[in-house]
Design a binder for this molecule. Structure first.
Ligand code: HEC
Length: 110
């Protein structure tokens, strides 16, 4: 484990406070090996808990600039908590921002 445990726990606690339901299913990180595995993985394991669940707005398919996305993630935006580098490293953040900015919208759920 290269990442310190405390900040992640703090972020997790912040998420639990903000969105109690998301807390129940939120994994500590990625696939349990302490690494993120590309943009789609970060989106699914982190952003999707809110942004595919109606907690946060639709962000895929809007061609949002990658720079805007990384700024929102690092600094937070109104109801969205900030995620520090100890939680999502610069490389993984860049990948998820590019993934989101170029992704097509998720298909409508039945
Ligand atoms: C704990 C829930 C939660 C998580 C996890 C989360 N978000 Fe958000 N996000 C929100 C909410 C809620 C908003 C809307 C904030 C507002 O308008 O008050 C938001 C807003 C945003 C916006 C601005 C959307 C717009 O319409 O301009 C972007 C970009 C964004 N999130 C990206 C991300 C990315 C990338 C991730 C994953 C790294 C992520 N979010 C993870 C809850 C979350």
């Amino acid at each position: 484990m290269s990442l310190p445990a405390f900040p992640r726990a703090a972020v997790r606690a912040a998420i639990c406070l903000a969105v109690p339901l998301a807390c129940l299913s939120l994994p500590a990180v990625a696939d349990g090996d302490g690494q993120w595995h590309g943009g789609a993985n970060v989106y699914e394991k982190l952003c999707g808990h809110c942004h595919e669940a109606g907690v946060g707005p639709q962000i895929k398919g809007r061609q949002l600039p990658a720079q805007y996305i990384t700024a929102v993630v690092r600094h937070g935006f109104r109801a969205m908590p900030a995620f520090p580098a100890s939680f999502i490293d610069e490389n993984a953040l860049q990948q998820v921002a590019e993934y989101i900015s170029t992704a097509t919208a998720a298909p409508a759920k039945p």
